[in-house]
Design a protein around this ligand. Sequence first.
Ligand code: DP6
Length: 313
Amino acid sequence: MTTTASAHPNIALIKYWGKQPVPGNIPATPSLSITLDTLESVTSVDEAAEDTLLLNGEARSDAKIASYLDLLRQNFDVPPLKIETSNNFPTAAGLASSASGFAALTTAIDQHCDLQMSLDQRSDYARQASGSAARSIYGGFVALGEPDWIAEPLLNSEEWPLKVVIAITDTRQKTVSSSEGMSRSANTSAFYDNWVTTTREDYLAAHVAVRNRDFDQLALLAENSCLKMHAVMTTSIPAMIYWRPATVACIETIRGLQTDGLKVFFTIDAGPQIKAVCTPEHAPQIAEALSAVPGVMSTTTVGLGAGARVIAS
Ligand code: DP6
């Protein structure tokens, strides 16, 4: 009997970029994110003669999934599995498909194999597969920090129902994985140490901004965290420059909307897409403005969503 779980991607407002030089995929920076609705990974698992993977309908082999299954099998009784996963958004194009994918996979395997994991354990295991996946276990505003590096829910999606307008500027897959990019930054960017130190301060300040629902303060912190992370990426050797002309044009458009008094800020991950976080009443105007930017292929407006959950078993 198949077990199916769903999880949504999340977007970090305070970014995770860098790992500690210890086992267990421990981030070098704490992070704070929002889990989205609408976009989702749906993952089904069932017993099989050997491990197989279908991603968006195509047979694949995936080293990250294989080593994650190895990790689970060191601690639990997990038989060979047939895994089918699909995303209703572009895979590996800066929209965090690994976050929703591993959160959904962990949740499906937990239920299917009766592993009886707590939410903390699911977050802990998901993080070992992909740091950002730890956060997609929960909905709404989520923090991931010291000392345990297990996600902590801060506010649920109804408690501060912001919207996110995503402007797609390029759907090609990224060529450098996050793990490789992070190690390149740690080894070569002159700004890396400062990034790690200041992100700890930003994280604490963002906690306060979220608890107070202080949009302007969160906007300042989130844009600064994004720009600092991209400063580290662009000063890594070789440089990782994720922005397209349309990405920069979207930033300028958002700056203009801020000057007009709209509650909106931008964030960008390891890809060229731009995400405009805003209050609900301003979302239609922001979507219209970003759709008109040359090079923007499409926009999607989403809200904040729930954590990973089993949807069929
Ligand atoms: C830029 O979680 O994909 O999206 O732990 O190596 O799988 P791994 O990295 P991953 O990195 C996410 C990086 C980011 C920022 C963030 O989501 O915090």
